[in-house]
Every structure is written in C-alpha cells, then in structure tokens.
Design a protein around this ligand. Structure first.
Ligand SMILES: [Zn+2]
Length: 207
C-alpha cells in the first residue's frame, strides 16, 4: 500500500516530510531494496497522486530517489536533471507539485562524484551540456577555500562545489519562483538541500 495516503499527507508538516525521508534512507542504508506491493498502489493511484515530497536531483543512474529514500510509487514527485540544476522548467515542475499536488517539501539533492559537477570544475564546454555547466559555474567561482588544485582531480574541491551547487540551485529556486517563496513564507512547504553519498548510500540533509 501507499505509505502516505492523501489525508495523512495533507496534515503532514515539512519537518515530518524530512523525517520520513531520513527514516527511509536509513532503511536503504541498512537493508538496500524493499519490496513494495506496487500493483495495489498502481491501482490506487490511477486517478490521482498525492506525493509528500518533491526532489530535484541528478539524472545519474545511481541516484534514483524512490530507491534511496525507500519510498513507493506516488510518494515522491521527482525532477531529475544532470547536476540537479534548477532550470526554469525544473522550477516550473516544482511549482506544480507544491501548489497543485500539495507536496510539503522541496529537496535539492546533489551527490558525491557527480559528473556534471566535475565537468563544471574542469570548465567543460560543448553542445547542450554546456548549458547545464553554465548553471553550475557560479558554484565553482563561489567555492574559494581550495586554492591549489581547482580541478575534478581534487575530491575535496569537487565535494565543496557539490554542496555549493546545491545551495546555488536553492537560491535560483527562491529568486525565480514567487509561488515557492510565498509557500515557504506561509510555512506551507519546506525547502532544503541534501547530498547523497554513492559509497555509503547515506543522504546528508543540510539541517
Ligand atoms: Zn550527477
């Protein structure tokens, strides 16, 4: 069954949504895959959806949010773009889930060893990938603590840019979305950053 039916979801606070994700991630770290009854849920959700969280994350094949937060169909409104960049279309998707689907929380989630972040660290240019890299560039410039090796061959630099990028995309959302900013002000939704560790499976929230 769906773990978060509509009536429970509507009464949920943003903080409770964070806790549900944290608990799901703990289960994933400990046990890996959980087997849900997707057939029953698929039937239940055929006419409507009531996700409790919206997550902007990287398209990386290792960061499927339903798996790493141990959630079922219908629980997470997932927006995925390389480098978890908050493009206009990504922000529009988050506005849709927050305003019209009643999702209580927006998470911007980066991850360790992200190819898009590493490409930005190395000032990659080319094709439409360049548009994504341009959206990560400000995070590279704002990370000033690493002075010596500011390339993807420096894991510390990459990790710091990853967090900086999460914060940068959160700023983009706040600056470009009146809908989301107003909902945050009214405490109808929360907005939080997080980074997923590919090696351990653990998600660190920016609490
Ligand atoms: Zn990535």
């Amino acid at each position: 069954m769906n773990m978060h039916p509509e009536i429970d979801r509507d009464q949920m606070t943003p903080q409770q949504a964070i806790e549900i994700l944290q608990q799901g991630n703990e289960r994933f770290v400990k046990y890996g895959k959980h087997q849900y009854d997707m057939l029953a849920v698929r039937d239940e959700l055929k006419d409507k959806q009531h996700p409790f969280a919206s997550i902007l994350s990287c398209s990386d094949s290792r960061t499927a949010v339903e798996l790493i937060f141990d959630q079922n169909l219908g629980d997470i409104f997932s927006v995925r773009l390389a480098g978890n960049v908050a493009s206009t279309l990504a922000i529009g998707s988050l506005e849709f889930s927050s305003q019209y689907l009643g999702s209580k929380l927006v998470v911007v989630m980066g991850h360790s060893n992200c190819g898009a972040v590493k490409a930005a660290c190395d000032h990659f240019k080319g094709g439409n990938i360049g548009e994504i890299i341009q959206m990560i560039d400000p995070a590279v410039s704002q990370e000033k603590s690493e002075e010596d090796n500011r390339t993807s061959s420096n894991p510390t630099f990459v990790e710091k840019v990853c967090w900086q990028n999460v914060n940068q995309q959160i700023e983009n959302i706040k600056n470009q979305s009146e809908i989301i900013s107003e909902m945050i002000e009214k405490k109808e939704i929360g907005l939080i950053g997080a980074v997923y560790d590919l090696a351990t499976g653990h998600v660190q929230f920016d609490l």
